[in-house]
Design a binder for this molecule. Structure first.
Ligand code: ZN
Length: 137
């Protein structure tokens, strides 16, 4: 079951420069930065009400975020929805013929379990399913 928009992922060329806008100008507060080796990204989460913004800077020219920026420029790269049972959700998606990028799910920033659905199945959005520990907002 889908719970809410967990976060919106924004591909940026330079995390520090992006934070200068999102923190200093907008007044949001990042919860720190984290490198996710597997995805070749350095990220920062900025809580905003019930959800968050996720800024992603590539740590390598061949990472998915670098390729995204090369093709489309900086901007919204994915939308993440919170689910309570990611395995069940992926199973259901598969049964319904949805194209999956990740099965089984993998670990993302903050220890969340995540899996992407293919934009071909979602009308063009890279959709992330995201399961977090219950106590985590
Ligand atoms: Zn994300």
């Amino acid at each position: 079951m889908l719970k809410k928009i967990d976060h919106i992922g924004i591909a940026v060329k330079n995390l520090e420069e992006a934070l200068a806008f999102y923190e200093d100008a907008l007044g949001l507060q990042a919860t720190g930065t984290e490198v996710v080796e597997e995805q070749k990204v350095k990220i920062a989460f900025l809580p905003l009400g019930e959800s968050k913004l996720e800024l992603l800077e590539s740590t390598s020219p061949d990472g998915p975020v670098a390729k995204f920026i090369e093709a489309r420029g900086e901007g919204i790269q994915h939308i993440a929805v919170r689910v309570d049972n990611i395995e069940e959700m992926l199973q259901e998606m598969e049964e319904k013929g949805v194209r999956l990028i990740d099965k089984p799910p993998r670990y993302g920033a903050g220890g969340a379990r995540i899996a992407f659905l293919h934009p071909k199945s979602t009308s063009g959005i890279l959709l992330e399913l995201c399961q977090r520990n219950e106590e985590e907002k």
